[in-house]
Design a protein around this ligand. Structure first.
Ligand code: NAI
Length: 285
């Protein structure tokens, strides 16, 4: 199995910081870059707070916490990734921006470095189509919050080398103690595809006055779901969830059953993006 000593993470938002924490907990050297430097600082403080909670609950010692934090290296240029064995991209959900980034990355990383995207719904094959060596490219789709959620969808694109995917699956399981599942590069992969009507139908019912957001969320929780659709959207980010809806809708040539509800777009336009802006369907302090 390929040895993964140094991991690069690009994007220090909701997912990037979670993925960094996953690496740090295993004391894997992890390099974090974001085009917004303050996002990297916020991510570090967030991880520090999360680890403080672990110390408080006596899950880890203060000394372990310090070692974990010491394995995180904020960097301010892509060139700093030249020693990385694996890079995981967790930036905005937009095809052209991701493609541009991977093109730039190929110029600075070693030829053996594995490149992964954490996209929730975009085609890995299409992202990799601009790369010189698309064989080393795949998606490692972590779920939110990454340190708590065991599932990782390992998405194999048309050009992905099967050995690379197998190696990543083994590493995720043995080193990161995750539950990786190999899936095809289909729109929305598995989880986000099945989740589309969960979100859209909830919007429809509320818009038609049949119920309220709180009632939907409460009932679904009573039915055994960890969260209702509106609570989940606030956690994911209204923007990210909308991007996933649009991506699946477009991939199926605008099939009406997959059309996002207009209120989903209204929420996005309002700038109320959920927990990350402290306001979404609900308010957070
Ligand atoms: P976010 O909006 O919280 O964070 C994105 C970060 O990327 C921001 O800090 C931004 O400054 C940075 N960024 C944007 N463009 C960049 C560029 N060109 N170079 C460097 N940094 C850049 O987004 P979030 O939620 O962390 O999502 C990131 C990726 O993870 C997306 O592809 C999303 O689909 C995927 N994802 C999101 C999940 C969620 O629940 N939010 C779950 C699983 C995957």
């Amino acid at each position: 199995m390929k040895t993964i000593k140094h991991v690069g993470v690009i994007g220090a938002g909701t997912m990037g910081r979670g993925i960094v924490e996953v690496m740090a907990r295993q004391e894997i050297d992890v390099y974090l870059y974001d085009q917004d430097r303050s996002a990297v600082e916020r991510a570090f403080v967030h991880i520090q707070n999360q680890l403080d909670k672990q110390v408080y609950r006596t899950k880890i010692s203060e000394q372990q916490k310090m070692k974990m934090l010491a394995s995180i290296h904020p960097v301010d240029q892509l060139h700093a990734f030249h020693t990385c064995d694996l890079i995981i991209e967790a930036i905005m959900e937009e095809m052209s921006v991701k493609q541009q980034l991977f093109k730039a990355l190929e110029k600075v990383v070693s030829t053996s470095c594995i490149l992964a995207t954490n996209t929730s719904s975009l085609s890995v094959t299409e992202i990799a189509s601009v790369m010189q060596n698309p064989k080393r490219m795949l998606a490692l789709h972590f779920f939110n919050p990454a340190p708590k959620m065991p599932l990782v969808e390992v998405v194999v694109g048309v050009h992905t080398d099967q050995n690379v995917a197998e190696e990543m699956k083994t590493w995720l399981k043995q080193t990161l103690l995750k539950e990786p599942v190999m899936v095809r590069d289909a729109p929305g992969f598995i989880v986000n595809r099945v989740a589309r009507p969960f979100h859209t139908e909830a919007y429809r019912m509320v818009a038609s006055g049949e119920t309220s957001k709180t009632q939907v969320d409460n009932i679904l929780q009573d039915a055994g779901f960890k969260m209702g659709p509106f609570q989940l959207q606030d956690l994911i980010g209204i923007d990210i969830n909308y991007a996933a809806s649009m991506s699946v809708y477009e991939s199926f040539n605008h099939e009406p059953r997959l059309r996002p509800h207009p209120n989903q777009q209204k929420m996005l336009q309002s700038g109320l993006l959920g927990r990350k802006t402290k306001k979404g369907h609900y308010h957070y302090e």
